[in-house]
Design a protein around this ligand. Structure first.
Ligand SMILES: [Zn+2]
Length: 142
């Protein structure tokens, strides 16, 4: 995701700010690489963060979630995070991230329009018809 969009998320949601890397390098892939998806999922991630923030707000709990990795895998969104404790807040956050991971199968990762999971590309991706067409054309050229 482009840095400008990442910055917007980080400005709005403190838990989306990338922390410093530890001395020995890459133990937190989010801190190292940021959001490893296309720009089309910006709104999806924004909505997810908004819901996460509301859970903490409503429970009147400090925001203790730490992002570990946000990426695309097999064409859909994956969100990995640390959150201490097994409680109501943790269950709600787990439901929310699951919901958005599922939703990502319907949103074009490139442009954010309605998309479909495309399994016949060299790299499985959720794409709208236009972006899909462009990828097919591109793979014929190369
Ligand atoms: Zn698209």
């Amino acid at each position: 995701m482009n840095r400008e969009l990442e910055k917007r998320l980080a400005e709005e949601f403190e838990f989306m700010r990338r922390g410093p890397l530890s001395e020995d390098g890459i133990d937190n892939l989010y801190n190292a690489f940021g959001i490893e998806t296309g720009d089309g999922w910006y709104q999806l991630l924004y909505d997810m963060c908004r819901e996460i923030a509301i859970v903490f707000e409503t429970a009147e709990k400090p925001v203790t979630i730490e992002m570990v990795q946000i990426k695309e895998k097999y064409g859909t969104l994956r969100v990995y995070y640390n959150l201490e404790g097994e409680n109501d807040v943790a269950r709600k956050i787990s439901d929310i991230t699951q919901k958005y991971e599922d939703l990502s199968e319907t949103v074009c990762e490139e442009c954010g329009r309605e998309g479909t999971l495309r399994t016949d590309l060299p790299w499985i991706q959720t794409l709208c018809d236009t972006c899909y067409g462009r990828k097919q054309f591109g793979s014929k050229l190369s």
